[in-house]
Design a protein around this ligand. Structure first.
Ligand code: BGC
Length: 876
């Protein structure tokens, strides 16, 4: 028995350099050979980092938790005294089993605190001191300063952030590999800084540090024309840097951005850049050696300060965006009109990297799109996003280029102006997203369902680019809250999204209005926009969308065992439920005002996505009961007994009101729709017994009458198959899952989809693109069915928070003869893998150490087991 190498972690960060909390919680994974292993105790020890360097205020201090009798191994409270800013410790853990076993010490894990206080910053945000036209895209400024390094540097950290985007350089080399840093947050309240270990980049003597800036989300165009614009958060790009060099003798030099005459600025080769527009780069404007010492910057301008509250700077809780994978062209096509179009075979988010040679001044233009229509690039669905990059050649040998300050959602790229023939090895698609660890997998015997699952994975990757967005391609790419309400469960299975979503929830708190409204988009850019329609979006309360403020923290608790997130979000959760309670009034029915509700159900006309067959207020009231219930459970977890009772009573009252208003005594619903029945059944809105049985039967017949086609929008899609299973209609659920006609989950797969579409029929059966102006091919919401695949087909569901207790109950149907669900839970790898042959099911279950499972065969019968590998045979 041992602690898995590399498994000792702090909070939800993968690289604990510059963590933002003084008492990071610690987790570890035990690997036990023995079956049924349970932890009985642990010891945590924190040592000052070896090397006897003197930056720590507590040299040579050793702290140990001593032996703690506890079975906790996930997010265990920090035993030692709080970390000070910049403090670096080496932590190791050992454990004891209930069976008397004892592990060795784990390998040491390093945790380093960032700059925890606003006062830790001596740097200021600097911007070039020229005036510019803020209404149009501007060239990217370069900023630079030289400094010298003395002998004996033992540690160097660059802390940096920007108003806009930045890429830093030291001595001619790029610092780090982050993409689009500092990312997008509710900038007024929270702006992330990054920390880089740059010791190896420094040399004794003269050095140079610099950065190139981009407009990004901060001041570039954001939002759609009716409700968007430029300069949303501010109108100057600016950089903040604080380079701290520590020497063996204990002294520290700080090189910080300031208007001290040492920092210089000029315009760089990025001529213009925008998230929606794309980037234009003129290699002839490159300035050789600009970030190297000895460069003559006498012709450059000075800088001035942009004031900013340094208390708003925060360390990241999740991973940065990085380049994740590279795709080679699958095919280079000549379109009917003679255009050169590259097909990468996969819809994705990222950008192109080109290698090109040609005469100086030649401009290569790259246009991106998700689809071809009549063999030509279909750009209508991008609306006002140009999604066009332009590279102008220096004309000096082979030139390699990839844009820096933009990203696109695309599968196809049209290449114009290429000098000569475009060779396939000259162009690559570089997929970018937040660098989350992949944690969950699913596979079954049906290749179509595997592709559907893969499409969900790709839509998650495409839309988890720093903020959970609706889509990556058109003039939107916003953190629409409702999309995440329904997709957060599979998201938390597929990737470790805990740190990513923790950051987003901090933005939810920041952007929640005084009266408790969780906005429909977070970060809420609309509060900054004066455009005509922005008012509609500013502070409007919407069920399902605003409910993300309660649902997402609950999902994080359920999937990662993080009760701390409930504590942190509790006030926000309660304020949202109180807000809905006020809006609903004494009737307990949320029956006033516009609701997005079961968005984009198949009956909604292309131009009226909210005109669903399910009464929007039925949906709103159902969700009201749900969030009141979840809040009451959260209060229970946190030991807030009064709130638990109060919100549990509220949930009961809402359920009773729902029944009075929308349910007949015999279990008919006022909206005779799949979504209405699914909500009523799964959110416990019916009386037990007959009413429930009849409602279940009605849902199954609706599915049957509909030829097992989907009849749900964003809301119902996430739950309809669970609802069918909950009333024993497993065959109907599988019939819906495996249906291929339009609308169904597999219809897009039959059309060659490689991501989840926004609409059931984003592409019509005749190959034409849906006429609706809002038509994306990369929206994760309808892919929420992946969670059902994991839990029901694969058979792996959380029974207790963090999968400490796992429910293993695979269901057979739809002609599927085998399936596997595999998940790195916080306790270690769990899996459920089954195969059916000749009326027998063979099931293999893997339960991680310090966890347990309840295994249920297709015919029922429970087996409670501890950790280990378990094999079963059942009759089916
Ligand atoms: C987005 C959706 C979003 C919806 C709500 C759309 O434009 O793409 O995913 O939730 O608006 O209004």
């Amino acid at each position: 028995m041992r602690i898995l190498d590399g498994s000792v972690r702090f909070e939800h960060v993968r690289e604990a350099v510059a963590i933002g909390v003084a008492r990071p919680r610690v987790s570890w994974v035990v690997e036990a050979g023995a079956q049924g292993w349970r932890q009985a105790g642990y010891e945590m020890e924190a040592l000052d980092d070896a090397g006897a360097v003197a930056w720590s205020t507590r040299t040579r201090r050793e702290t140990s938790s001593g032996r703690v009798a506890s079975d906790a191994s996930v997010l265990v409270p920090w035993g030692g005294p709080p970390l000070g800013s910049r403090e670096r410790l080496s932590v190791r853990v050992r454990v004891w089993g209930a069976d008397g076993s004892e592990s060795d010490w784990s390998a040491p894990a390093i945790v380093e605190a960032g700059l925890l206080e606003g006062d830790d910053w001596s740097g200021q945000f600097i911007t070039p001191d020229w005036d510019e036209d803020i209404e149009v895209m501007q060239p990217s400024p370069l900023l630079r300063r030289e400094f010298s390094v003395r002998t004996g540097a033992v540690r160097a950290r660059l802390y940096a952030s920007a108003l806009g985007l930045y890429e830093a350089e030291i001595n001619g080399a790029r610092v780090g590999d982050h993409v689009l840093a500092p990312g997008w947050t509710s900038y007024d309240h929270r702006l992330r800084y990054q920390t880089f270990d740059v010791l190896a980049m420094l040399r004794e003597g003269p050095n140079c540090i610099g950065a190139m800036l981009g407009e990004g989300w901060y001041r570039g165009r954001l939002g759609f024309p009716r409700a968007g614009g430029r300069n949303i958060y501010g109108d100057r790009m600016a950089w903040l840097a604080q380079l701290e060099i520590v020497y063996a003798d204990g002294t520290t030099d700080v090189i910080a951005t300031a208007a001290d005459g040492r920092w210089r600025a000029t315009r760089g080769p990025v001529v213009s850049s925008g998230i929606y527009e794309g980037e234009a780069y003129d290699a002839r404007r490159e300035i050789a050696g600009w970030s190297m010492a000895g460069f003559d910057d006498s012709g450059w301008s000075g800088v001035r300060i942009v004031e900013r509250d340094m208390g708003t700077l925060v360390a990241p809780t999740g991973p940065p965006v990085r380049r994740q994978e590279e795709l080679a062209p699958r095919e280079i096509i000549t379109s009917p009109s003679g255009k050169t179009i590259v097909d990468f075979g996969q819809n994705m988010t990222g950008r192109l990297r080109i290698r090109v040679q040609g005469p100086a001044g030649t401009t290569v233009t790259l246009r991106h799109a998700e689809l071809l229509e009549d063999g030509e690039l279909c750009t209508r669905t991008l609306r006002t996003a140009q999604a066009t990059d332009m590279y102008t050649l220096l004309g000096d040998g082979v030139e390699t280029w990839e844009p820096r300050f933009t990203f696109h959602g695309f599968r196809y790229a049209q290449v114009e102006g290429w000098p000569g023939e475009l060779p396939a090895d000259a162009i690559r698609a570089v997929a970018c997203h937040s660098d989350m660890e992949r944690t969950g997998w699913f596979e079954c015997s049906d290749p179509m369902i595997n592709r559907l699952h893969e499409n969900s994975v790709w839509s998650m990757k495409s839309n988890f680019l720093d903020v959970p967005t609706d889509c990556p391609q058109r003039d939107e790419r916003l953190g629409w809250t409702g999309d995440l309400t329904v997709f957060s469960p599979p998201a938390c299975y597929l990737h470790d999204a805990a740190g990513f979503l923790e950051s987003w929830l901090a933005d939810v708190r920041a952007d929640q209005t005084e009266d408790g409204v969780v906005p429909i988009v977070v970060p809420n850019l609309f509060t900054h926009v004066d455009a005509p329609a922005a008012g509609l979006f500013k502070g409007v309360a919407q069920a399902v969308w605003g409910d993300a403020g309660v649902v997402v923290p609950w999902v994080l608790y359920e999937r990662y065992g993080d009760a701390g997130v409930l504590e942190t979000q509790y006030d926000s959760m309660r304020r949202w439920v109180d807000c809905v309670e006020r809006l609903a009034g004494p009737s307990r029915l949320w029956d006033q005002g516009f609701q997005l509700a079961d968005w984009l159900d198949p009956s909604a006309p292309p131009d009226q996505p909210s005109r669903a067959m399910t009464d929007p207020h039925l949906v709103a009231t159902a969700y009201f009961s749900r969030v009141a219930e979840l809040l009451s459970r959260a209060a229970g977890v946190l030991g807030r007994e009064d709130d638990r009772a109060r919100y549990s009573a509220l949930a009961d009252e809402v359920r009773a009101a729902f029944r009075r208003e929308y349910v007949t005594p015999n279990g008919r619903l006022a909206s005779d729709s799949q979504t209405a029945y699914a909500l009523a059944l799964l959110f416990d809105l019916l009386e037990g017994g007959d009413q429930r049985r009849r409602a279940g039967r009605r849902l199954a017949s609706l599915a049957r009458f509909n030829g097992f086609k989907v009849g749900t929008g964003f809301v119902g899609t996430a739950i309809v198959l669970d609802a069918l299973c909950a009333v024993g209609e497993v065959d109907a659920a599988f019939a819906m899952l495996t249906e291929r006609g339009c609308p169904s989950w597999l219809y897009p797969v039959t059309m060659g989809a490689t991501t989840i579409w926004e609409r059931w029929d984003s592409q019509l059966p005749d190959g034409r693109v849906n006429p609706g102006e809002m038509t994306s091919f990369n929206h994760y919401a309808l892919g929420a069915v992946a969670d059902w695949l994991h839990r029901v087909v694969g058979g792996l569901a959380p029974l207790e928070p963090g999968y400490r207790r796992i429910a293993v109950r695979p269901r057979v149907g739809g002609g599927i003869t085998s399936a596997t669900a595999r998940l790195r839970t916080p306790y270690g790898l769990a899996s459920s893998s089954w195969r059916v042959e000749g009326g027998r099911m063979e099931l293999e279950v893997v339960v991680p150490a310090n966890a347990s499972a309840v295994v249920v065969g297709p015919g029922g019968g429970e087996h409670e087991v501890g950790s280990g590998v378990w094999r079963y045979e059942f009759a089916v």
